[in-house]
Design a protein around this ligand. Structure first.
Ligand SMILES: Cc1cc2nc3c(=O)[nH]c(=O)nc-3n(C[C@H](O)[C@H](O)[C@H](O)COP(=O)(O)OP(=O)(O)OC[C@H]3O[C@@H](n4cnc5c(N)ncnc54)[C@H](O)[C@@H]3O)c2cc1C
Length: 378
């Protein structure tokens, strides 16, 4: 499929983990008949795996970032520093937040999920006005320094709502930071779990390690659900009110709303349904990877690790599609190494039923994360 110009128009929507790999490869060897466009609201990709380390004070924000400008220049890509807000897959049109519209021959989507403000507000009235959301991660990265500054000026109480991997890591990172040098004594962190024990998605041995790590840091575990957020307080299902200076919402993420009207095949939760080629089930000219997509044939958790792993097969299939070559199926791994940072330079690793913890695990994670960023940042 080729445009009238003879060029093949490929649009990359989002600069997530998989697209960073695609860009890196296209920067090294790019088909001469390719017209490449990239749409991403920020000219950098903040690597979420290192964000808890940023909150803990181990990294600067810059160390957690993959700048896109060098990659984009080397690919000869046309770049729109904005978001996609509407998509018509049948007419191959994309509408941007800037108001522009773009057509494509091939589209690849790697935008990640969203924290839907409307949904959050319906579940927890007041959240939109009073809470700090972890997504978009870029926004959280810009706002966290204000919380840290408040914690330097006086002891504060931080409530982290959500006890999945992100909430656990952020609660431990914040407790470590607020208890460190330059912060007055007396700050507290409470983890509002939603009702269950923390880390229920992990095997029991890992869950025990996590609970011990939370206790070592003095984090209060509150098995209650947040039902609303007010100025200086979190409302709980039990009827109690938890006074806090900063409520941080880490309660999972949803499919982007603009997918709903796109005509693309979606799964039950509204994520983009793709096949073994990371290709839309209904629109063969659309590919997707990372948290925005659902592998219908091989369901797997949404995580940065799976998004990273999907980069090379997505690249293979985009190149094949552009050259009218057969696509190559990709099997996501049945399990992945899970590394959970515990505030201080200490981490818990789990692989299936096996688990380990220690400072060496953190240094292992640190090496993996820095290597990932350095590979694409240079
Ligand atoms: C604090 C935190 C810590 C985490 N730690 C880990 C971890 O250690 N290990 C792990 O496996 N997972 C971790 N996760 C989960 C991980 O962040 C996600 O699974 C991962 O980011 C998904 O990658 P992605 O490439 O699909 O999307 P993202 O990383 O979200 O990237 C999406 C990109 O698309 C851009 N974009 C968004 N919307 C649009 C739009 N409409 N138009 C154009 N561009 C758009 C964004 O700006 C961004 O650049 C963590 C999550 C959080 C919040």
């Amino acid at each position: 499929m080729t445009s009238k110009s003879g060029l093949k128009k490929l649009v990359l929507l989002g600069a997530g983990h998989a697209h960073v790999h695609v860009l890196h490869s296209l920067a090294q060897s790019r088909p001469t008949d390719l017209h490449l466009t990239v749409i991403a609201p920020y000219p950098r990709q903040l690597y979420s795996g290192m964000v808890p380390g940023f909150v803990a004070g181990h990294y600067t924000l810059e160390q957690c970032m993959i700048p896109l400008d060098g990659l984009l220049a080397r690919c000869g890509a046309r770049y729109f520093p904005t978001s996609g807000v509407a998509l018509d897959a049948d007419s191959k049109m994309l509408t941007l937040a800037s108001g522009e519209t773009l057509s494509w021959d091939w589209l690849s989507i790697n935008t990640g999920p969203v924290m839907d403000r409307e949904k959050m507000e319906a579940l927890m009235p007041g959240a939109r006005e009073h809470a700090l959301f972890v997504r978009p991660i870029e926004g959280f990265g810009q706002l966290w320094p204000q919380v840290a500054a408040m914690g330097r000026s006086r002891p504060i109480h931080l409530a982290v709502v959500g006890a999945g991997a992100a909430g656990l890591e952020l609660a431990m990172a914040a407790a470590h930071a607020l208890g460190g040098a330059g912060f007055p004594a007396g700050s507290r962190v409470t983890l509002v779990t939603g009702g269950a024990a923390p880390a229920t998605s992990y095997p029991p041995n890992v869950q025990m390690r996590v609970i011990k790590a939370l206790r070592r840091l003095g984090i209060t575990i509150l098995p209650d659900a947040c039902t609303g957020v007010g100025p200086g307080e979190v409302l709980l299902a039990s009827g109690a009110r938890l006074a806090c200076d900063a409520p941080l919402l880490a309660v999972g993420a949803q499919a982007p709303g603009w997918l709903a009207g796109s005509g693309l095949a979606l799964d039950d939760a509204g994520f983009l349904a793709v096949n073994a080629f990371q290709q839309s089930l209904r629109h063969p000219h659309v590919f997707a990877a990372g948290d925005v997509a659902s592998r219908i044939d091989a369901p797997h958790p949404r995580s940065g690790v799976y998004a990273v792993r999907a980069g090379p097969p997505l690249l293979t299939n985009l190149r094949a599609a552009l050259q009218d070559q057969p696509l190559v199926p990709y099997t996501p791994p049945a399990r992945t190494l899970n590394l959970l940072a515990c505030g201080a330079r200490y981490a818990i690793a789990s692989w299936g039923k096996l688990s380990f913890e220690g400072r060496w695990v953190w240094h292992w994670k640190d090496r993996i994360d820095r290597k990932f960023v350095a590979r694409y940042a240079s």
